[in-house]
Ligand binder design. Sequence first.
Ligand code: ZN
Length: 412
Amino acid sequence: MVPISREGRKTMKYVVVLGDGMADYPIEELKGGTPLSAANTPMLDELAKMSEIGLVHTIPEGMAPGSDTANLSVIGYDPKQYYTGRSPLEALSIGVDMKDTDVALRCNIVTVTEEESSYEDRTILDHSSGEISTEDAAILLEAVRKELETDICKFYVGTSYRHLLIWDRGEVVELTPPHDVLGQRIGEHLPKDDMLREMMRKSYDILNEHPINVERAKKGLNKANSIWFWGAGTRPALSSFKEKYGKKGVMISAVDLLKGIAVGADMTNITVEGANGGLNTNYEGKAMAAVKALTEDGYDFAYIHVEAPDEMGHQGSLSKKIQSIENLDQKVIKIVKENLDKSAEPYRMLVLPDHPTPIAIRTHCSDPVPYLLYDSTKKVESELHYNEADAKESGNYIAQGHDMMDYLFGNK
Ligand SMILES: [Zn+2]
């Protein structure tokens, strides 16, 4: 039964489909095109003809381009006001109740080279240890925890290669994201803080010959042979999304960061079986979870976050990034549109990335990203396609990403 507002009108539903890192720079191999313009996306092409296309600047001036600042921005929280580091948001999703004096640090398990005799001379090969499974990573982290945990430093298991350290009475020290220095000697990028640096060094001795890594090496998989700290911060204080926008919201993501933002914003996290943040995630399951939340469970707003394009950008794989965008088009956007059309609910759908993860640099940048805004109650006619160049040509520009929610809700 479609909820009817007091004035007898059906209440508008809102859905965001965010392809993490899917924007890119023009690529020679694509004759100046991008993965978005080259991908075969019949649903987005159809939507583009009847939607508003434009550019939005999600990363505030002077802040580092990351999924943390960018998604906070897209969900309507000005990072300049609300951002206190990446890892505290993940701590929220792991259910760690941080004290005011706590500092949370992301603890990746990464792959470094083995030939060198000194730890500083090693090179970082992979920030994700080949996207190791959470099961294997948990065993390795347990080995590290046994040796290195103290009364002021506690380790917490997250997802795949993404884990957490809570440092009581710690410092919010400057640290280097591992995906920013892939292929480089690690010496220059280690923490200046002695305690953190020694923990990383010792982790190599604990992990490199661990049975799980011996097994991985036999299978030709990257060893998960060092921990890497980054993204330090203190407890975040997000206001409730419902109070801020008057909308009951759900979050559908496999990534702890997004789940943490949802916990902080008092939105409901929906866990979808098989959603893993990778290229072969359960796209359809995420789409249907959003449709059910909006059409059956009384939610007004659904945020569907798909990590795959970002991971493929970090891997530097053009074909896989294009594949992830084609999957997003056919296995998420198409399913959401067709089912919301069938439900006869009026709705507005926003499609956008949080930031670009260009194949050429294999990491994030702060360039504005293209958005597509479709309103099932009003049709605009447009010749444009959904890609970076056409979005620029449209002349539509939202300078502050945290205004995007008001724009979606029609408050601006
Ligand atoms: Zn991202």
